[in-house]
Design a protein. Structure first.
Length: 89
């Protein structure tokens, strides 16, 4: 059975879960009586659907940069939003 590692930082945890599927670790999970992570109120999780081959290309790109792919996608979105907002609509 696969074991969930004990990451030392949030970055290590992000990198692990960016490349692993939680369903592979269901036997390793235990119910919690309290929340251990609370997303800051000013942030919101956004999910997007992409073709698998595009996600694989994205993962290859970030592997070269040593980043989790969610961080790279976020930076690209922020960059584009800055461009769009800079145009003055």
């Amino acid at each position: 059975m696969a074991r969930i590692p004990d990451p030392k930082t949030q970055e290590e945890a992000r990198e692990f879960w960016d490349t692993h599927d939680l369903t592979d670790y269901l036997e390793d999970l235990e119910p919690l009586e309290e929340e251990i992570f609370i997303l800051p109120k000013e942030k919101q999780i956004v999910s997007i659907c992409m073709e698998r081959h595009l996600v694989e290309i994205l993962k290859e790109l970030v592997a070269r940069r040593g980043l989790p792919y969610s961080a790279l996608v976020r930076s690209w979105i922020l960059e584009r939003l800055g461009q769009e907002l800079g145009r003055g609509s």
